[in-house]
Ligand binder design. Structure first.
Ligand SMILES: [Ca+2]
Length: 357
C-alpha cells in the first residue's frame, strides 16, 4: 500500500496532518466517481465543552455550522490573550513559522485543510486528514476586535471562529466527495473550568455534588463535565441524519473504526482499548461500551490510576478532584437527552435542583 504524508501543521499539542492511502478514483474536476475506500477527516477540538454546541445545549447560539452538521449526521452523548506563542508551526517536518502568528491561525488551518482535500480529491486516492485544533482550550488570541459592537466575549468569539472553520471544511467535503468522506468532529476532554469565563460550557454536567465539596467537575477530573465531549459524525448516505445516539463511545474508538472502514487490520501484537463502532454510527446498533474505566489525569492523584468506573448507566467514583467519593451515581442517558432540551426553558431554581452530575 502506498502511503504519502502530504501536510502536517503542528501547534502546541495539535497537528493538521494528511496522508493518502492508495486506491482509485474520487473527484477530478466535475467528474466524480465513488472509490472503494472512503476518505477520513477527524477534527479534534481542545477542551471543548459538551454544552459548547447548540446541538447539545440549547442555550448555546454560536455554532450554526456544527449544529447543521449534527442535523445532517449523528451526534453522540465532552483573559489571557496573545498574538504569538513561541512554539513552532510545522508543515510536514519543516518549521514554517516561529513564533506562531495566532491571529491568522484559524485561517491557516482552513486554507491548508481545504487545499489538501482539493488536491487529495484530484489525485484520485483516498486520504486521511487529521486536524487537531488549538481551539477551544482558552482563547489564545481575540478572534474579533473587542471594540466591535457584536463582540460576544473572548470565548464565544473563538467558538464562532472554530465553528466557521469546521463549516468551511464541511463545505469543501460537500463539494468534493461527501458520498465517500467520513467527517468526525469531537473533543479531547471537557473545559478548563478554572479559567472561568474563558472556559467552555459543560451543559448540564456542572457537578453540583462535587462543587459543594470544593472541587471541580471539569477537565482533569473523572466527572462527566471532564470526560463527556461533543461528538458529531457526518457521512451523507451512510450515517443517518439528525440522529442522537446514547451509545457509550470513546475517542479510543476512532482508530479501530477508521482502520476497519479502510478495510485494513489492527496490528496483532498489542491490545486496543477502543472498538470498531461503525455499526453504531451507521444506525445498525445501539450497543456501545458497557464498561469504561476513567483513569486519573494526574491532577488529583497518581497519573493513570483508575478513579471512576462507568458500567451501563452507572458511574462509580473513588477519588476525583480534591474529594473522595464512594457513591455510585446513575447517569440516565434518556434523562440527559430530555434535560438537554428542556433545561434551557426551565427557571434557574428548578435547574439547580435537577443538577446531580
Ligand atoms: Ca485538552
Amino acid at each position: 500500500m502506498e502511503i504519502l504524508f502530504l501536510k502536517m501543521l503542528l501547534l502546541l499539542a495539535g497537528c493538521l496532518g494528511g496522508l493518502f492511502y492508495h486506491l482509485s478514483d474520487l473527484c477530478v474536476g466535475e467528474k466524480r466517481t465513488v472509490q472503494n475506500k472512503p476518505n477520513f477527516i477527524v477534527i479534534l477540538a481542545d477542551d471543548v465543552g459538551w454544552g459548547d454546541l447548540g446541538a447539545n445545549w440549547a442555550e448555546t447560539k454560536d455554532t450554526p455550522n456544527l449544529d447543521q452538521m449534527a442535523a445532517e449526521g449523528m451526534s453522540s452523548h465532552g483573559r489571557d490573550c496573545y498574538t504569538k506563542v513561541a512554539l513552532p508551526l510545522f508543515e510536514n517536518i519543516t518549521i514554517v513559522q516561529q513564533p506562531v502568528n495566532l491571529t491568522g491561525l484559524a485561517a491557516e488551518y482552513a486554507e491548508k485543510a481545504t487545499q489538501f482535500i482539493q488536491r487529495a480529491s484530484e489525485s484520485g486516492r483516498p486520504f486521511f486528514l487529521y486536524l487537531a485544533l488549538a481551539h477551544m482550550h482558552v482563547p489564545l488570541v481575540l478572534a474579533q476586535p473587542p471594540s466591535s459592537s457584536s463582540f460576544p466575549g473572548p470565548y464565544r468569539a473563538s467558538l464562532r471562529e472554530m465553528d466557521a472553520l469546521v463549516g468551511r471544511i464541511k463545505d469543501k467535503v460537500d463539494g468534493c466527495g461527501k458520498e465517500n468522506t467520513f467527517l468526525w468532529f469531537t473533543g479531547d476532554n471537557g473545559p478548563w473550568a478554572q479559567k472561568c469565563e474563558l472556559a467552555g460550557n459543560m451543559g448540564p454536567f456542572s457537578g453540583a455534588w462535587q462543587r459543594q465539596r470544593g472541587g471541580s467537575a471539569a477537565k482533569q477530573t473523572t466527572w462527566e463535565g471532564g470526560h463527556r465531549v461533543p461528538a458529531l459524525a457526518y457521512w451523507p448516505g451512510r450515517i443517518p441524519a439528525n440522529v442522537s445516539s446514547v451509545a457509550l463511545l470513546s475517542t479510543t474508538d476512532i482508530f479501530p473504526t477508521l482502520v476497519s472502514l479502510a478495510k485494513a487490520s489492527l496490528p496483532p501484537n498489542r491490545r486496543f482499548d477502543g472498538s470498531d463502532v461503525s455499526e453504531i454510527l451507521f444506525g445498525q446498533s445501539h450497543q456501545g461500551h458497557k464498561t469504561l474505566f476513567h483513569p486519573n489525569s494526574g491532577a488529583a492523584g497518581k497519573d493513570g490510576e483508575i478513579k471512576a468506573l462507568r458500567l451501563a448507566q452507572y458511574k462509580a467514583f473513588y477519588t476525583t478532584g480534591l474529594t473522595q467519593a464512594k457513591t455510585p451515581f446513575e447517569v440516565s442517558e434518556s434523562e440527559v437527552a430530555r434535560r438537554s432540551k428542556r433545561l434551557a426553558i426551565l427557571p434557574q431554581k428548578l435547574r439547580t435542583k435537577k443538577e446531580r452530575y
